[in-house]
Structure formats: structure tokens, C-alpha cells
Write a protein that binds this ligand. Structure first.
Ligand code: ZN
Length: 328
């Protein structure tokens, strides 16, 4: 018996996280599929007694276009990215009136559902899907963006304790800013070179290829961490089963399972992450993949006492009696 912990985090962003390179017409169906995936994931998490962190774009909390416009930082504090297409402020004109008329940009009903499911943490993915390391993004504009995210969450009684930086871009100044707002936990990158944070331009082809190889072979290692630190680094992205790599999906899941087993045997942490919209195009196959991961976790819990934790709860001690009682 050793233990270890499993952390799951989801970047919940709808179209806000994709708009710089995808459109409503081109990717909208995946976004809607992602909305359907969320209740299906929650049902599974609850059934397995699994916790998860939902790093949510602040704009999704807003009930209406009016509320959104009011909640966004003032003009002078908005980011002025050198690559203008990155700015979600450019796309505000296409945002509809509310969630029922524009499910690609609003998500309050889903946030309420997540918050109502046991063991789930609502965290932040910034207000506007902010890119910290892009040219033209100042620490001041990041702070204003984060303040807006804290306010829309607080209005729903939610205190933000963890953050996932969009595209995993951050530096020391950003870590200082989150700490001042009581956000202690963040999802860092795996230490291997291919995963180091960089602006979009630094995500070169060799780095992306290496990550692809690693996802299907585990050649760069299990990417485990010691639970309890402010950085709860990502171990592996749970890749969607899609396209030409679909045939290799089983192999990818095996890499994740091996990392989980290693964490359980050594008392380390393992952190898997993905986006709900990754499940959007082929929901059944991707839910089957998630079922495999969750069943593997259940085995490791029984055999080694592995626990499930949110990012905010990483490192919390094992409480076997209560946890057993809470499980059906
Ligand atoms: Zn994102």
C-alpha cells in the first residue's frame, strides 16, 4: 500500500478558448458536443467518487450580454496583443444575448450544474482567456482581467482558489498576481523541454511532435509530482479520440494508466487534464476512454489507497473512514 493522488482538471471555455483559430461555423458543433459531455462526465465522477477542477473562463458566468459588457475590464486595461487575432475583445460583436440564444459563449447553467455536483472545484481560466506571455499582454492587464473573473465568480458565491493559465502561459509576475488574490494553486507544465511554457510562436513543430510521441509511448516519463505544492503540474493531456490517431487511442490511454499506477505505487501525484469540447465530436468513444481511466483509478484506490483530489485539495491527507462512508 502506498497511496498517491489523482488530480483531474478541465479547461472549461466554450468558444472563448478557440476563437483565435476557430469559428462558430467551423468548430461550433464540437462546442455544443462539449456541453453535452459535461453532465455525462459529472455523472461518472459522482458514481466513482472522483473530484475534478473545472478551470472556467469568467465570461461564461455571465447571464447576459449586458452583464458581460459590464463585467469586462475597462478599455484602457484590456490586453493589446501584437497578434491582434488573439484578443477575444475583437469578437464581442458576435456574442449573442444570453445562454439560450448563444450557447457557444455563455455557460451559467453548466457552471451551476458543476457546482452542484459533489467534490467538484470551480477554478478560473481567466476572464477573457488571457494569454500572459504574448507580446502586448502587461501584468496590469492580467491583474484587471483576473479581478473581473474573481468578481463574476464571487457574485455566484464562488471563491476562486486555483487557476489554469490559458495555453499554460505564465511567469513569476503572474504567480505574484494570483497569490495576491488568494489563488494559491496553478497548473504548471511537465518539466520536460517539450512542455515548457512559451508564447504561441515558441510552440515549434519539434516540440509538438515530441509531445505527440510522448502521449503514445510515455517516452519522456510519467511526469509525476509531489502533492501539496502551489504548482500542481500537469502530467498528461487526455487526448481526444479523433482523426488519424484514433487507432492509437488505446495506446495513449495505456500511457496514462501506467503513469497513474506509478503514482499510486510511489505515493506521488498524477494530473490529467482536457477540455470538455475534446469529447464533443465523438462523445461515446471519448466517454468510453474516460470510463477506462476512472475504472483504473478505482482499482488503484482499492489496491494502494490512491485518492482523488481537486487542485485546491492537492496534498490533503487520506481520510479513509469518511471517504469510505461517502462512497456508495
Ligand atoms: Zn484554454
Amino acid at each position: 500500500m502506498s497511496g498517491g493522488e489523482l488530480v483531474l482538471s478541465l479547461d472549461f471555455e466554450l468558444l472563448w478558448g478557440m476563437r483565435d483559430h476557430a469559428t462558430r461555423a467551423g468548430y461550433g458543433a464540437n462546442i455544443l458536443g462539449g456541453r453535452e459531455a459535461i453532465p455525462a462526465m459529472l455523472e461518472r465522477f459522482e458514481r466513482h467518487g472522483v473530484q475534478a477542477t473545472w478551470a472556467t473562463v469568467g465570461a461564461l458566468f455571465c447571464e447576459s450580454r449586458e452583464e458581460l459588457m459590464e463585467a469586462l475590464p475597462p478599455e484602457e486595461l484590456r490586453p493589446r496583443y501584437a497578434r491582434a487575432a488573439l484578443s477575444n475583445y475583437r469578437y464581442l460583436d458576435e456574442v449573442g444575448a444570453d445562454e439560450s440564444s448563444d450557447p457557444h459563449y455563455f455557460g451559467a447553467s453548466l457552471i451551476a450544474r458543476i457546482a452542484g455536483c459533489p467534490g467538484q472545484e470551480i477554478a478560473t481560466h481567466t476572464m477573457s482567456h488571457f494569454y500572459c506571455l504574448e507580446e502586448g499582454a502587461s501584468p496590469e492587464s492580467f491583474a484587471a482581467d483576473l479581478d473581473a473573473a474573481c468578481r463574476v465568480a464571487a457574485a455566484r458565491g464562488i471563491t476562486l482558489r486555483s487557476i489554469v493559465f490559458p495555453r499554460n502561459q505564465y511567469g513569476p509576475a503572474h504567480l505574484e498576481i494570483i497569490r495576491h488574490r488568494g489563488i494559491r494553486r496553478y497548473r504548471g507544465n511537465p518539466a520536460a523541454w517539450a512542455y515548457r511554457p512559451a508564447a504561441g510562436a515558441g510552440q515549434t513543430l519539434p516540440r509538438r511532435l515530441m509531445r505527440l510521441v510522448d502521449a503514445h509511448t510515455g517516452v519522456l516519463g510519467p511526469h509525476l509530482y509531489r502533492p501539496g505544492g502551489d504548482n500542481v503540474p500537469a502530467s498528461h493531456f487526455l487526448r481526444p479520440r479523433a482523426g488519424r490517431l484514433a487507432a492509437l487511442h488505446g495506446r495513449h490511454l495505456s500511457v496514462l494508466e501506467r503513469a497513474m499506477t506509478r503514482a499510486a505505487r510511489t505515493g506521488a501525484g498524477v494530473h490529467l487534464w482536457w477540455h470538455p469540447h475534446n469529447f464533443g465530436a465523438d462523445l461515446a468513444a471519448n466517454l468510453a476512454g474516460l470510463d477506462r481511466i476512472l475504472s483504473h483509478f478505482a482499482r488503484l484506490r482499492d489496491e494502494y489507497g490512491m485518492v482523488s483530489r481537486t487542485m485546491a485539495g492537492s496534498g490533503q491527507p487520506h481520510l479513509p473512514a469518511t471517504e469510505k462512508a461517502a462512497r456508495p
